[in-house]
Design a binder for this molecule. Structure first.
Ligand code: DON
Length: 568
């Protein structure tokens, strides 16, 4: 077990509350980061130790994996404001012990006043900052509706699940060095993009061990506790959001909020070499792309080639190129556009996509475009598996780090900048370099295409893995690589999560590699003709493995962040 102690002299010096060294598992001033745990009953892994602990505590109190996922999301909205949220949206995928598979879509949607060309100037050029910064960048938040849609599968009362979040918002918690850096880096944006004073800015720069208290957020959470989803989509909170919109030239109205609905979708499942992969359908592109990539790769002896062998890397890059080309051309909100999903995932079509594939030689995105079909960075992931065999994977997002950086006035929470996930103009890349077409153009009420890929692997109808990650366009390839790492290359959960990753997304036609990616692999890829671009860390993957025979759980939190596992 690897753990990183956050308490101690440095933090205690600045905290009066340190006097009360406590056995309280949710002690907001005294917590450790656990990277890799093995437990017998239930496990939670998320981007923040306090959020994982909030979920694990709920499991110990008799809640199931869905209860724990709800409590963890709410806690993340407080302790991980860069991505945890009530002002954003997300997807939940679950496998219930009765065999049922669930997919809940609480993706943000475009306001009624949104229009196709709303981010273009009079000459028709994209003004991309408008879909990224401030009020106009926000889609209608979906998270709170999603939490209440999930309650159908929960066991404990909502008031119990939201209590840890309220306590952490009201009393505060100590922040880590990563959080301090993140808040300091966004300071100018917070000042520029807000009309009210926010909890995220203080006079002196933030440092590890400082306490972040969010009284306005606590008040909003209490309204949600007492009034349910209406505590967010109607009344005082809705009025705060709309008043903020009016102060900042935003377009979300009271009617937009009242009309927002989470949608239960049919979970996407497909077989892979005896396993069943359970993942998110549209409006996430993640599930379809994953099915395409795993479908294209299945006939090759990739396990035999070995982890990050030149053959394996090259094949993975080439299937990534093809899936992302199709993503750009065909995928969008299925309630608004006709997506040829069945053809895109048809084995014959996938085989035809590999006809031009040349082993050990770089392909090229000019000649490899979307296939012909006959008919017409901030997000966060959490995984939970409980003692009863329920498994949940949830990815939620504000889109960019701290979303639009605009707080919903007195309601005290950050609004997303998800509108940038639409294609603001065909061919104009979004903040992740992704391009799109009419399929993902803006329309009132439409959900913007996502890459979030919460995924569960089943073996004989029992959960074997629950996983997912943030990372914008790299989400799908990270989930794909992590799955290959465990299913084909036999890596342990911690290794599968932490070994350096690579990424290709069709355009730009380059292979991105993250810090620590072996130089020898780079040389191999360059020899085959690939252009390599070194970039920052890719994703923050969370993974739980459950060995069906023993039911032992191993949970791995990504070492790229403060990610932490908890369980019992
Ligand atoms: O839904 C999507 O695909 C993006 N909004 C996800 C953004 C993200 O992962 C940022 N994290 N680093």
């Amino acid at each position: 077990m690897r753990s990183l102690i956050l308490t101690g002299v440095a933090i205690c010096n600045v905290l009066v509350a340190c006097a009360q060294q406590s056995t309280d598992p949710l002690h907001p001033f005294d917590y450790t980061i656990e990277k890799d745990i093995t437990v017998q009953h239930g496990a939670v892994v998320s981007a923040h130790p306090l959020a994982s602990r909030a979920g694990a505590l709920i499991l110990q109190q008799g809640g199931n994996a869905v209860d724990a996922a709800i409590a963890t999301q709410l806690a993340l909205a407080v302790v991980y404001p860069g991505a945890g949220n009530i002002g954003g949206g997300g997807f939940l995928v679950a496998h219930l012990k009765n065999g049922r598979n669930i997919a809940i879509d609480y993706r943000e949607s475009a306001p009624a006043k949104a229009s196709r060309d709303m981010y273009l100037d009079s000459a028709g050029n994209a003004i991309t900052r408008l879909s990224l910064d401030g009020h106009l960048a926000a889609g209608i938040p979906g998270t709170v509706a999603g939490l209440f849609a999930s309650m159908k599968y929960a066991r404990l009362p909502f008031s119990k699940l939201i209590d840890p979040a309220i306590r952490l918002a009201e009393k505060g918690f100590v922040i880590t060095e990563q959080e301090a850096k993140g808040l300091n880096a966004s300071r100018e944006d917070f000042l520029r993009l807000n009309t009210v004073k926010t909890a995220f800015v203080k006079e002196q720069p933030w440092k590890a061990g400082d306490t972040l208290i969010q009284p306005q957020l606590a008040k909003t959470l209490k309204l949600i506790r007492s009034k349910g989803a209406a505590g967010f989509y109607e009344g005082e909170t809705a009025r705060s959001i709309v008043a903020e919109m009016q102060r900042g030239k935003g377009i979300i109205t009271l009617a937009d909020l009242k009309n927002y609905k989470a949608k239960e979708r049919q979970a996407l499942t497909f077989p892979y070499k005896g396993y069943t992969i359970l993942t998110m359908p549209l409006p996430s592109s993640g599930g379809i792309c994953l099915q395409q990539m795993m479908g294209m790769i299945a006939k090759y002896p990739i396990a035999q080639w070995g982890f990050q062998s030149p053959q394996a890397m090259q094949l993975m890059i080439e299937v990534e190129r093809r899936a992302y080309a199709d993503r750009a051309q065909y995928l969008g909100d299925p309630d608004f556009v006709k997506v040829p999903a069945a053809q895109l995932t048809n084995p014959k079509y996938l085989a035809s996509r590999m006809q031009q594939y040349v082993p050990m030689k770089a392909g090229n995105s000019d000649s490899t475009r979307a296939g012909a079909i006959k008919e017409s960075e901030e997000t966060t992931h959490l995984s939970v598996i409980d003692a009863e065999g329920n498994a949940v994977a949830v990815t939620t997002t504000l889109n960019g780090h701290f979303g639009s950086r605009t707080v919903a006035g007195e309601a005290g929470f950050l609004l997303n900048n998800e509108m940038d996930d639409f294609s603001v103009k065909p061919g104009v890349p979004n903040m992740y370099g992704l391009v799109g077409t009419e399929a993902n153009a803006i329309a009132p009420g439409k959900r913007m295409l996502s890459s979030m890929t919460p995924t569960i692997v089943l073996q004989q109808q029992q959960p074997l893995f629950s996983l997912g990650t943030p990372g914008g366009s790299t989400i799908i390839t990270s989930v794909f690589q992590t799955l290959m790492n465990v299913l084909e290359f036999g890596l342990s959960p911690a290794e599968a999560v932490n070994r350096p990753k690579f990424h290709h997304q069709w355009l730009p036609d380059v292979v991105y590699v993250e810090p620590g990616f072996p130089e020898s692999n780079i040389t191999e890829l360059e020899k085959m003709g690939y252009k390599i671009v070194k970039r920052g860390p890719i994703g923050r993957t969370e993974l739980i493995k459950r060995t069906p025979a023993t039911r032992v759980l191993e949970a791995a939190g990504d070492t790229r962040g403060d990610d932490s596992a908890a369980g019992y």
